[in-house]
Each structure stands twice: as C-alpha cells, then as structure tokens.
Design a protein around this ligand. Structure first.
Ligand code: 5AD
Ligand code: SF4
Length: 425
C-alpha cells in the first residue's frame, strides 16, 4: 500500500513537471514516505531526515516532505524535531499532495486538516504514469478493523473502507487498455472486501468480474486474513485460471495460545484447515506467510509450535520479524517478556529452517518447464531477466530486454534457496 502511495506521489510530481533523479543532491523536492509497523523504522526516518536537512543547507530551495503512516501518527513530533521539513502529510491525506504543493509558495494559506475517516478510497488517477509497465497496482479497500494486539496499522490507516466495484473495474479496464497484463489488488484485508454500493459483491465476486476483463492475464492480491479466507475463495481461485496460484496468508504464530493473545481470531487448527483446502483443491499453489517471533509470553514451547507449523506447511516464502512494541496497540501494555537476545536467536533458527525448506522445494523444480511473465532485469546481471510464475516463484534467465512483459516457457536448470535459474524452451 505504501509502495502504491509512493507511486501516486511520483506521478503527481511528474505531472507538475518534475523529473526523477537517483541523486539526492540534485533533487528540488524529496518526499520521504514512511512506515510505522516496527519500531526500527522510526529511527531510520529521523536518521534519513537528519541527512536530508543537511542538503537543505547547501540548496535552500530544496523542498522536503514527510508522508505516510509514521507521518500520520507523529506529525507533531516530526515538526518539532525537524523544523526544516516543509510539510508532513499522513497516509490518509496523500491525495492532498497536489493542493499542499500548490500552497507551499503561499504559506499563509497552509492549514493542517484532520484526516477524514469516512473519506472514500480513491483509485489511481487516469493518465498518471505508473512505476511498472507490467503490473498495475489497484486499491480495492483501505484500513483495517481487526486490531491485532501488536499492530499499529488500524491507527495509521484508519477503519476499513471498500471502494465501489464499478470504480475498481473501470481502473482495471483503463490499465488493460494501456497494455497492462497483471493487476495487483491492494488492501489491508482484501477478504473482507464488500462493495459499498452493492453489498452482495464480495471479494470472490470481485475477482470473477476482474477475470472477465480482456487483456488482463494475471490477477494477484494482498493481503489475506486467515479468519476471512473462505472455501468459496479457494474454489474461485481453482476455477478461474487468471487468478494467480499464490496466496499470501500471514499466520504470525503456530501457537494457538499466542494467536489468542495476538487477537488473530483463529487457532492453529483453523489455519491448517485452510492450508489443506488450498493444497487439496489447487496442488500447484504457492503459499507465503508472515511470522512474528518473541511476542509477549511466547515461551520455548510456543516457538517450537511455530517451527513445526513451518515444517508442516512448507511455505514457499516467509517474512519474519522480531516483535516490536508499538504505541497505541493493546500489546504495548503487555510486558515485553522475551529478551532481545532470545528474539534474535529464535528469528535465526526460524530463518535457517525456512531456508532448508525452500532449498529442497526449489531443488525439486529442477528439470521442470514453467510459464513466467517477464517483469524485470536482474539486479545482479544486466544480461539476465527475471520473471514470475503464477505461483510467484522468481525465475532468472538470460535474455534481451525486449522480452519484458512477455509470457515465456522456461526450463529450470538450477536452484538456490530464494531463486530459480532457467533457460527458454
Ligand atoms: N512487531 C513485529 N512485526 C509486526 N508486524 C506487524 N506489526 C508488528 C510488530 N509490532 C508484521 C506482521 C505483519 C507484517 C506486515 O508486519 O507479521 O503481517
Ligand atoms: Fe494489522 Fe491485523 Fe489489520 Fe493486518 S489484520 S493490518 S496485522 S491489525
């Protein structure tokens, strides 16, 4: 979601006649789009702003804006600690960027409005340039009502709001007309999507409508909450081939006791049942997840259950984090019982296990032919390209940039824990 906000802000600047640069010292305007999910980012933000304000001493005309989730929650603190910052715009106010920039030249007109919680979710404006020419990100809902005990997102992004399906479909048709082949539907909890203008349209119904759009070949979405992940959705993925064979289903912990303390509203068994549905109905499904280690009261036995869940599911990828207490959240009041050292060693153990699982899974793909959509040039080798399978596996192969955006068949010839290497067939 924050990526997509950055994309929007970049497009606003292009519209206003700015060009992009990789060199901060050459920039006339720098926007720092912030996250607040973990504590570490806060430290990063102020270090970054400290460096940028030094640039401002050399270039008095430089405009610095701070935007996004952290900006939403810590507006006053940013202004107090960094008076050189020209404006602060929270995650729920991003669409005011054109107005704010217009008023920069006449500061007396500037006013800080409070975010409007009932604000409708807005799409990407027609005619604005997206970052990728292959995948179009499309917001379908924003905000979250779940209040997981560790999570600051409902405070930063506000309550859940869905966008009218007609609006979403119009945006996707526009993207298809511009030759986009893939859409990534965005929302904090896409499974609870409910069309505000026709509440009989659920997320599965929306997927089916997107599936009908000509030109769109792949449909991806993030993020799914396990409690709302229905069998109907599994059937929909199974029956509609353009819906990618990949689900990101954050589990957070393998211990029902910890899940309860986290206010996740499902047990380990309930989560495993959904994994079984997916594997049974769609054998080629790729599944990824998020894990938090060291949540308050997590003892060795809880952690072992997370480890065993990883072994049972055999995820294709995980994002794993040490628990970080966040203000405003319920868990902020709990004593942070797991030491930093234990959190660190649990994280390492978890990642080592996952690496072994991924290595073995990827090894088993060697010799197989898969279909990929070519979406980028390899970061490590300018003569290599990267593509993704429907199940979200990344495959590197030698090829020229004119293959970007094409569907290709490649044979897997080598594998590592995080990637596959193939050749065109
Ligand atoms: N500490 C650690 N990880 C967190 N996440 C969210 N809040 C916290 C926190 N306070 C992780 C969750 C979530 C992902 C986006 O970030 O795993 O799914
Ligand atoms: Fe945060 Fe939970 Fe909402 Fe995800 S579902 S954004 S973890 S509160």
């Amino acid at each position: 979601m924050s990526e997509h906000d950055s994309e929007y802000m970049g497009a606003v600047l292009l519209q206003k006649g700015y060009l992009s640069t990789e060199e901060e010292s050459q920039a006339d305007i720098i926007l720092v789009n912030t996250c607040c999910v973990r504590e570490k980012v806060e430290h990063k933000i102020f270090t970054k702003l400290g460096r940028l304000t030094k640039l401002k001493r050399q270039n008095k005309k430089l405009i610095i804006g701070v935007t996004g989730c952290y900006a939403q929650l810590a507006k006053e603190e940013i202004k107090r600690r960094m008076p050189q910052v020209d404006f602060v715009l929270g995650a729920q106010e991003i669409r005011r960027l054109p107005k704010v920039m217009g008023s920069l030249r006449s500061p007396q007109k500037r006013q800080d409005k409070m975010p409007d919680e009932s604000r409708q979710v807005e799409g990407f404006p027609c005619g604005f340039r997206r970052r990728s020419s292959i995948q179009a990100m499309v917001t379908i809902m924003e905000g979250c009502n779940n209040f997981c005990a560790y999570c600051i997102v409902p405070f930063a992004r506000g309550r859940e709001r869905s966008r009218a399906s007609e609006e979403i479909l119009r945006e996707i048709k526009e993207a298809a007309a511009e030759a986009y082949k893939e859409v990534l539907l965005l929302g904090q909890n896409v499974n609870s999507y409910c069309d505000p203008s026709n509440n009989s349209i659920s997320f599965a119904d929306l997927l089916i409508k997107v599936h009908q759009i000509e030109g769109i070949e792949r449909i991806r979405y993030v993020t799914s909450h396990p409690k709302d992940f229905s069998f109907r959705l599994v059937e929909t993925i199974r029956d509609y081939p353009k819906i990618c064979r990949h689900v990101h289903l954050p589990v957070q912990s393998g211990s029902t006791r910890i899940l309860k303390l986290m206010n996740r509203k499902y047990s380990r068994d309930e989560y495993m049942e959904k994994i079984e549905w997916l594997k049974r109905e769609i054998p080629e499904i790729g599944i990824s997840t998020d894990i938090i280690v060291g949540f308050p009261e997590e003892i060795e036995d809880d952690f072992k259950q997370t480890m065993s869940l990883l072994e049972e599911v055999e995820f294709d990828g995980i994002y794993s984090f040490k628990y970080s207490p966040r203000p405003l959240t319920k868990a902020y009041q709990y004593p942070d019982t797991v030491s930093e050292e234990v959190k660190g060693s649990r994280l390492m153990e978890l990642q080592a296990l996952q690496k072994r699982i991924q290595l073995a899974k990827n090894q088993s793909l060697v010799g197989r032919v898969v279909e990929i959509l070519v979406d980028s040039v390899s970061k490590k080798d300018p003569h290599a390209l990267c593509g993704r399978t429907s199940s979200n596996r990344i495959v590197n192969f030698k090829g020229s940039p004119d293959l970007m955006g094409k569907f290709l068949r490649v044979k897997i010839i080598r594998s590592g824990p995080n990637s596959l290497f193939g050749e065109r067939v």
